[in-house]
Ligand binder design. Structure first.
Ligand code: BF8
Ligand code: SF4
Length: 633
């Protein structure tokens, strides 16, 4: 089985019937995958290599320069964290540049849309909030851009978002980053041939880089909220059934809302143009994290996620796939060629050969968006009279749970102390703990299977679930982001709490079973919630019954996020084995030794039932530590 999503399976069959290759075919072609790579013991960091260290006694124990398995595994891991950090923080920097350009009259499509968030954030960062909005925004952007290069002293976007005791702990370990890009650069330096050859020291460097990743992700969330609005609960539908044969269907894919926000605005203005080509209208749909961004702020329906991204074109009804960057498979260009759907790349740093490239620069963003949508209108005209295959499968979705929205709902129960209902219910055991389900789909796992299993196991045991990224997308497509799913899957305690909060907040029923916090940079929202609860209780995050799981993770970004989560003190379950087993020392440090240092640690368990159980037991250990009643699995 390739996917648990019936719509995806139907389109995989269409691909097979048409002889179009997909990610699942290419995975088969790659088998057997290289065992050295899987263990993390392959090094290509210089041209004397590639070297690989053998896990067997009779094979080579060191690379040509003498690097041992521990060094090679740690170097590879740390490079992955650095790459993930570069991706999240590059995304943040684009937002900062867009806001900066807007403030200087050079990006007319952009500006400050959420003054309240701007003021709240400025206050958190120690900026005088009496300034007029434009000056306040200017100060904040300057501070944000100042997080990237080398700076004196720690970064406020790292220290202001953690508990004080965590800041002290990380300062004591010497792992507070001195600037996001400075830290990324240092990790590339340290992993060059002949620099850092102490795996513990390398991993500490990786932890510092992961803190930089958290800061970069946080900047991305904060600036997107300020520029485009802080999400509030929205209701829509997900999966292929949201495509409309008679409309101009445009998929927005990638990560950065800088491009997609303008497309949303301009599409709204071009409805009449669509009718003139015989369409009922323009139907925007989302893929991956750009899809999450526009879902959270504009209720744009999420279509599909991660490994199934090639399939929308096979419906014969997609009129453009517009991509920005990250997690965009190059394979889309070949499918576009077969299906005739325009694939449009929009950023000069992320082109795909075979795609149409229209650079959506800040100065002319609206004009460029118009050009892109016009391409889709042309494609719509051309496809008239051709058959389409749109799987008629869709689920209701309730999304849009920013921290502000969550606190807003809780405030309906206790306006003086919004966190009290949450904390009280955790203490009583109605809620056994809180688990963030994050990360990607991975072709090595039947799509969504681990996500579904982990959520059902934990919800039945009264664990409150939060989701981001393609994990949230999986839950959207399977109907778990709904109040209806509460009746079906929640344990009695969780059900009572979600119902009481939902009713107090005027929703006329429970909150959804799982709260969709947003894209992967929006894991920063989960950090804020955990830190708020920790501060409310006067303990550090590593004492809370809070954990994370990435049951189908794939990317370097996911590795960076997992590492910052353990750095904050969370147990983090991984549903695939990361490439570290080639070093017993690195493996044992990440899964147990580090617990004594940070409180957080990785739990690696590919079986999702067992993974859920281990996460639940980690929550129970924390509950016992706080003197709260605990439960057996
Ligand atoms: O940033 S969950 S496959 S789309 S990396 Fe990518 Fe993974 Fe999806 Fe979003 Ni996150
Ligand atoms: Fe081999 Fe060392 Fe070069 Fe890596 S850095 S490829 S282990 S010689």
């Amino acid at each position: 089985m390739k996917s648990k999503d019936p719509a995806v399976n139907r389109l995989i069959k269409v691909a097979a019937d048409q002889g179009i290759e997909t990610v699942w075919d290419r995975y088969e072609q790659q088998k057997p995958q290289c065992g050295f790579g899987e263990l993390g013991v392959c090094c290509r960091n210089c041209v004397q290599g590639p070297c690989r260290v053998s896990p067997f006694a009779d094979g080579p124990r060191r690379g040509i320069c003498g690097a041992d398995a521990h060094t090679i595994v740690a170097r590879n891991l740390v490079r992955a964290i650095a790459a993930g950090t570069a991706a999240h923080s590059g995304h943040a920097k684009h937002l900062a540049h867009a806001l900066h350009a807007a403030l200087h009259g050079k990006a007319p499509a952009y500006g400050v849309r959420d003054e309240e968030k701007l003021k709240a954030l400025a206050a958190k960062m120690g900026i005088n909030t009496d300034l007029p909005v434009s000056e306040l925004a200017e100060e904040l952007v300057r501070l944000a851009l100042g997080q990237f290069g080398e700076r004196e002293g720690p970064m406020p976007w790292a220290t202001a978002v953690m508990t004080e005791s965590r800041v002290e702990k990380l300062a004591g370990l010497g792992v507070l980053p001195s600037g996001i890009e400075n830290t990324i650069s240092e990790m590339l330096h340290r992993t060059h041939l002949g620099v850092d050859a102490d795996h513990v020291n390398l991993l500490l460097g990786g932890i510092s880089c992961a803190v930089a990743d958290m800061a970069g992700s946080h900047i991305a969330t904060d600036l997107a909220d300020i520029m485009f609005g802080t999400p509030k609960p929205v209701v829509t539908e997900a999966n292929f059934g949201v495509m409309k044969e008679g409309s101009v269907n445009i998929a927005l894919h990638g990560h950065n809302p800088v491009i997609s926000e303008v497309l949303v605005q301009v599409a709204g203005e071009m409805e009449q143009d669509a009718r003139e080509v015989g369409a009922e209208g323009i139907n925007l749909v989302g893929v991956c994290c750009t899809g999450n961004e526009v879902l959270m702020r504009h209720a744009i329906p999420p279509l599909t996620h991660s490994i199934s991204q090639e399939l929308p074109m096979l419906t014969g009804a997609l009129d453009a796939m517009v991509v920005d960057y990250q997690c965009v498979y190059p394979a889309l260009a070949s499918v576009a060629e077969c299906s005739g759907t325009p694939l449009v790349t929009t950023m000069d740093m992320a082109k795909i050969s075979g795609a149409v490239h229209i650079d959506v620069d800040l100065e002319q963003a609206r004009e460029k968006a118009r050009e892109i949508i016009s391409l889709a209108l042309e494609a719509f005209k051309k496809r008239q009279g051709r058959p389409t295959t749109i799987p008629d499968i869709k689920s209701k979705v309730v999304a849009g749970f920013s921290v502000e929205a969550v606190l807003g709902a809780l405030a309906a129960v206790d306006s003086a102390d919004p966190l009290k209902p949450l904390v009280d219910n955790i203490a009583s055991g109605n809620i056994q703990g809180v688990v963030l389900v994050a990360g990607c789909n991975n072709v090595k796992v039947p799509q969504d299977e681990n996500f579904l299993t982990v959520a059902k196991e934990l919800a039945a045991r009264d664990v409150l679930l939060l989701a981001t990224g393609c994990g949230a997308g999986a839950y959207a497509r399977h109907g778990l982001l709904t109040p209806e799913a509460v009746g079906q899957y929640a344990g009695s305690g969780l059900k009572a709490v979600l119902t009481a909060i939902g009713e107090a907040a005027g929703l006329g029923g429970p909150l959804p079973l799982i709260l969709h916090l947003g894209s992967c940079v929006d894991n920063s929202r989960a950090v804020d919630l955990a830190v708020a609860v920790a501060n409310r209780l006067g303990v550090d995050v590593d004492k809370l019954p809070v954990a994370a799981t990435a049951p189908e993770f794939k990317t370097e970004k996911a590795i960076a996020i997992g590492t910052y989560a353990i750095t904050l003190g969370l147990p983090v379950h991984l549903g695939l084995v990361p490439p570290v087993l080639g070093s017993a020392e690195v493996t044992s440090l990440l899964t147990s030794g580090i617990k004594d240092i940070l409180g957080g640690y990785f739990i690696v368990e590919p079986d999702p039932h067992k993974g859920a159980r281990l996460v639940f037991e980690a929550l129970q250990e924390r509950r016992r530590g706080l003197g709260l009643p605990s439960r057996e699995w």
